[in-house]
Design a protein around this ligand. Structure first.
Ligand SMILES: Nc1ncnc2c1ncn2[C@@H]1O[C@H](COP(=O)(O)OP(=O)(O)O)[C@@H](O)[C@H]1O
Ligand SMILES: [Mg+2]
Length: 496
């Protein structure tokens, strides 16, 4: 057996729990070469009464105790909080060392109960977290669905009236997507890139019109130069007005900004073209005539009427009613279009969405109060009355093409634009000003031919209502609902 020889430095350390196998006397222990005097504090857990207590110990480490390692013991994580300081330079040097507990060493005491429940807790937390994610996803999907319910109402309503062409197009798209999302699909796939132009239908004043193919349907692309962005925006804004959709309003599909910066609006295509072109080449029997006048008036009535419901539809004054701005659909009905200068109004706050510029519009069809600039531009009702005047002119054009029987033969007038005989081809507001300066539209200009008054009871009754639209005093003009009711009454009589 090898005897261990220990050499002492002659320094003594303070000890309170002195090891019996060392030369400990009177609360001191001798410091061996390579050893350390230490002062330690430890938070000890007492299981019996579930409490913690701070316990201080003093003593000496020999070299064989691996003194240096022990002195750095507080750097090692342990279940109990502990801290230690060492010294070896003078007698009882450790007596004045009072290390403090360091929080960083906290490791909870072994708790069997906690350990066994930690898995359960993790499981529970994952369940709760998973549930929150699913709930948030459902809430998001519901919100998105609700946001688009306005535009999708037409596709889901089982008893809705006959679908527009554009509704068929949209419905195809929506039902084929399988995603359940309507409008977003239109936005995701840029219609401008998919549209294949077939033919140029013509040029409007600020636009180019193309018919083309998109999603296996023929639709119309109306292009605005980027300088006319305002007109594009206004027209798109009106089309996107809640509840504007109506069988006598041109079916809107979407709008887009093309790669070259041009703005585009996509609508239904109507092969018969504008009402103006249609009247140029079509004679109308009485029932066809009545359908055209009723649907033209119904279109304007839909615009002029504010609807108070869950989906609020503001009233719209068109401000550019002409026979070129109605199209003829497959059912030989009028559909209204061209909302580039239209204004919206809600009675609740009595505001119009824009300050109307009365120099815009088609001079030939402008009401006298617009031509003279006497219209009250702050009154939405005034713009509706101006619309009635222009609508009256369109009805006048339709009357020309209603065939009557005279002396056993069919008689019909040629289609002409209002005041064609007293105005240049493309009149300006100044031309209108000159015309109305000397002549009253109702008394002097828009004469009712004897054919309309003498031979046909329907045409005769209709023309007397229509003539009221031409009063110079806007308040003397009928409102659109009165016009609509009178025409429906005439249709009912005609059917007897
Ligand atoms: N949806 C359509 N279906 C058939 N023809 C159309 C359609 N849109 C425009 N057109 C043709 O193009 C012409 C000009 O279109 P329009 O929308 O009135 O342009 P602008 O507003 O610039 O006058 C119309 O008169 C008509 O002949
Ligand atoms: Mg037009």
């Amino acid at each position: 057996m090898v005897k261990k020889i220990v050499n002492y430095t002659g320094i003594i350390c303070y000890c309170n729990n002195c090891p019996g196998n060392r030369d400990a006397e009177n609360g001191t222990c001798p410091l061996a070469f390579g050893g350390q005097c230490f002062s330690a504090i430890e938070q000890v857990y007492f299981k019996e009464d579930n409490s913690y207590e701070n316990v201080r110990t003093f003593g000496c480490f020999s070299a064989s105790d691996q003194a240096l390692l022990q002195c750095r013991g507080d750097l090692v994580p342990s279940y109990n909080l502990r801290s230690i300081q060492c010294c070896n330079f003078t007698d009882l040097c450790n007596q004045n060392l009072l290390p403090q507990l360091k929080i960083r060493n906290i490791i909870p005491p072994p708790n069997i109960f906690m350990q066994s429940n930690i898995h359960l807790l993790t499981l529970l937390l994952s369940f709760i977290f998973g549930f929150i994610i699913i709930f948030a996803y459902i809430a998001f999907a519901y919100k998105r669905c609700k946001r688009h319910s306005g535009s999708r109402m037409y596709f889901t309503e089982p008893f809705s009236i006959k679908l527009h062409k554009s509704q068929h197009v949209l419905q195809d798209l929506v039902t084929s997507s399988g995603s359940g999302a309507g409008k977003p699909l239109l936005i995701q796939t840029t219609i401008g890139r998919q549209f294949k132009r077939i033919n140029c239908l013509g040029q409007g004043r600020f636009t180019e019109i193309y018919v083309g193919e998109w999603n296996a349907s023929k639709i119309v692309e109306k292009i605005f130069s980027s300088a006319e962005e305002g007109r594009w925006f206004r027209e798109k804004d009106i089309y996107e007005t809640v509840s504007l959709r109506h069988e006598n309003v041109l079916g809107y599909i979407s709008s887009d900004i093309l790669p070259n910066g041009m703005r585009a609006i996509y609508t239904d295509y109507h092969e018969f073209g504008s009402l103006c072109d249609y009247l140029d080449k079509t004679n109308l029997c009485r029932s066809e005539f009545l359908i055209l006048v009723r649907t033209a008036v119904t279109a304007v009535a839909h615009l002029h009427t504010e609807i108070f419901a869950t989906l609020k539809h503001p009233a719209v004054a068109h401000r550019d009613i002409t026979s070129k701005n109605f199209f003829i659909n497959d059912n030989k009905q009028c559909v209204i279009s061209n909302f580039e200068i239209s204004i919206k109004h809600t009675s609740m706050d009595d505001v119009m969405n824009t300050e109307p510029d009365i120099t815009l519009g088609t001079p030939r069809y402008m009401a006298p109060e617009i031509v003279t600039g006497t219209i009250n531009v702050r009154s939405f009702a005034a713009f509706k009355m101006a619309d009635i005047y222009s609508l009256g002119l369109v009805l006048y054009e339709i009357c020309q093409r209603c065939v009557t029987i005279e002396n056993n033969s069919f008689v019909v007038d040629e289609h002409t634009l209002p005041f064609f005989d007293v105005l240049p081809k493309n009149p300006l507001i100044d031309d209108m000003r000159k015309l109305f300066g000397t002549k009253n539209p109702r008394e002097d200009l828009l004469m009712i031919p004897s054919r309309w008054k003498n031979n046909d009871f329907v045409l005769k009754s209709f023309t007397s209502i229509m003539q009221e639209c031409f009063y110079v005093n806007p308040k003397a003009r009928p409102n659109v609902l009165r016009l609509k009711k009178s025409i429906i009454a005439l249709e009912n009589q005609d059917a007897l």
